[in-house]
Design a binder for this molecule. Sequence first.
Ligand code: SF4
Ligand code: SF4
Ligand code: FES
Length: 262
Amino acid sequence: MANDKKTIKQIATGDRTIPPEGAKMIPVYIMGREYMVPETLTIMKAVEYAGYRYIRGCGCRGGICGACATFYRFIGDYKLRTGLACQTVVAPDMVIAQLPFFPANRPDYNLEDVKGDLHEELRRLYPEVFKCIGCGTCTRTCPMDIDVMDYIALMKRGDLKGAAHKSFDCVMCGLCASRCPAQISQFTAAMFVRRLVGKYVFPKAEHLKKRVEEVKSSKYLKMLKEVTSMKTEEVKKLYVEREREPDMAEQGAWLPKDKDHL
Ligand code: SF4
Ligand code: SF4
Ligand code: FES
């Protein structure tokens, strides 16, 4: 890696980002190479500015999908930091490595087969959860500011509802698991718990049940056929001209004028 400032390479340019007028150029290190990038960019845009093209490790670009988990460290600083590439702004002397995928524990299960004690099922599928040593590394690592250690503690105690609630904002980036000394896959265990709670603990949503029954009874097949037989331009027009619920409408109060399709 070139970390001598005198060896800074010529500026690389990608075609995705136009540097904001007057932005200061700063050195960052991507895949071990030094690049000068505008200081206003996120890591993701800086990577593209440097000439790389994402074919994975990039999804929503909005901090939601968790595809862009990233490690970085500053030259001369021992601390390993983490963030989402689409949300973290570059800083001088940042040494960046993106985590394209983390091999988490993903046991095979079918929620329909879960019978009996849900906590025991968690223990059977994710025994490592019960080996947490309470170091807090996962909580310090999480880019969503989730108290990961706490939801693991709730899982251990059998408070699955609490764990589901506490882990709800997880974007499945895998960073917590990548740093856990007990080798726990917190995020996949939490997903399992949320599924269990959704299926067996929370009351069934009546409106959802009704809609599923309507779908199963082929109520929407005719409409679907109408739309799929339209030309692309007609579908676009229909989409643009559709009736839309106002942003501030009272929950459940708004209905479209045309109720034929409800
Ligand atoms: S809990 Fe883990 S997987 Fe979920 S957002 Fe936080 S670090 Fe990422
Ligand atoms: S990093 Fe692992 S061992 Fe440490 S608190 Fe989190 S889950 Fe527990
Ligand atoms: S690209 Fe989706 S969270 Fe960054």
